[in-house]
Design a binder for this molecule. Structure first.
Ligand code: M6R
Length: 369
């Protein structure tokens, strides 16, 4: 039940900190990530030369975020593919490819068919799933459950942050087993993982009201753009998807570096643009590049809403609005930056008087191809 919240989505966004904390719980021992469900698979993880992540929608964006962590900590090349695109060509697969599927429901037909297809062609399959005993985990060789709790709203929110968390745990587990993760890198990542739920709670406590208010002012907006770079790029895509889904507003996410290759032509006076700014502390170079992107779009009249770390003063002269997130290691920013985007989409749908939980034309779980 909604437990006093105006919608399931509002309740589920408020549960994002627990979704992350519960997914981490029981999988960290003495500062080391060990996922009990993956016991006995060490040889498999040592033998792979590639990881292919398959999923749809928001789960695929979680996969895109996870790619950065898997490559950094497990040193395995990662491709992320939409499940429905993957199956209808002749993909190169072998026993050295680990196919990781991500699905909240575990029943998405496109993803299920892609898992079966990969298995038939000799790949090993691992399912990241939020629903105990669902079909996709049953069809997979290994399972890592996310513990976000039941998600009812069509727009996926707490499951998304739990999926990223599970991918990070997987990356740290596989990196340790393969012997490529240094003790220091592991300890830093574990400390970040264990602290990130509280930081999400901080974002909810400090920025929820202002973000919702901003959404209310923008109820007449016809189009919103989202820019991000590195792990911020899939977050930009997620912000745009959520807005389309529940507020029926045209929205697009771009890689910030892509601006001058086309999208900057869309900028006209008053165009709202969200920009996810990388940490000036952990990613100084990327930070400066994104700040110059902000200057470019501002000079063309964009209305810039920045999501930036606390203490990042460089964005202030160029931003119309600044939403703050706490300082976190570069890979952990997505778990924080996505929170205002979820709140924004929800606030805009509410301001338009729409049914936040049951958007038109959509189903919670897409069980047809
Ligand atoms: O249950 P799944 O995670 O497999 O669902 C995948 C997508 O259908 C889902 O994430 C969809 O994009 C959401 N409605 C996004 O909010």
């Amino acid at each position: 039940e909604k437990g006093g919240w105006p919608s399931f989505m509002a309740k589920e966004v408020s549960e994002e900190p627990e979704a992350v904390a519960n997914t981490v719980r029981g999988r960290v021992h003495d500062g080391i990530v060990e996922i009990p469900e993956l016991d006995g698979l060490d040889d498999l993880f040592r033998g792979i030369h590639r990881i292919l992540v398959i999923a749809c929608g928001t789960a695929a964006y979680a996969g895109q975020v996870g790619k950065y962590a898997l490559e950094q900590w497990a040193r395995v090349p990662v491709d992320v593919e939409l499940a429905h695109e993957f199956r209808y060509r002749d993909p190169v697969l072998d026993a050295g490819t680990l196919v990781v599927s991500i699905s909240q429901s575990g029943e998405t037909m496109d993803t299920l068919m892609a898992v079966k297809y990969a298995r038939e062609r000799g790949a090993k399959t691992l399912s990241i799933c939020n629903t105990q005993g669902a079909t996709i985990p049953r069809e997979s060789d290994a399972i890592v459950y996310t513990h976000a709790g039941p998600e009812v709203a069509v727009a996926s929110t707490k499951a998304f942050v739990a999926q990223i968390t599970a991918l990070y745990l997987l990356a740290l587990h596989v990196g340790r087993v393969r012997g490529v993760l240094s003790a220091d890198a592991s300890a830093d990542a574990v400390a970040e993982l264990e602290g990130v739920a509280d930081k999400i709670a901080w974002v909810l406590a400090h920025e929820q009201e202002r973000t919702a208010q901003l959404a209310g002012w923008m109820a007449d907006t016809r189009s919103v753009l989202f820019l991000g770079r590195h792990v911020g790029y899939p977050i930009a895509l997620e912000g745009a998807l959520k807005l389309k889904e529940i507020s029926y507003i045209h929205a697009e996410g771009f890689a910030a570096g892509e601006l001058k290759h086309g999208p900057i032509a869309l900028i006209e006076p008053g165009q709202p643009v969200f920009v996810i700014v990388p940490s000036p502390v952990y990613s100084a170079q990327l930070h400066d590049k994104v700040v110059s992107n902000i200057q470019e779009i501002r000079a063309r009249g964009a209305r810039v809403i920045v999501i930036a770390e606390e203490g990042d003063a460089a964005v202030l002269p160029f931003a119309d609005e600044v939403l703050r997130i706490p300082l976190a290691g570069a890979l952990f920013e997505p778990l924080l930056a996505v929170v205002p985007l979820h709140i924004f989409a929800m606030g805009l749908a509410e301001a338009k008087g729409l049914d936040v939980d049951q958007p038109r034309n959509l189903a919670k779980s897409v069980t047809v191809e």
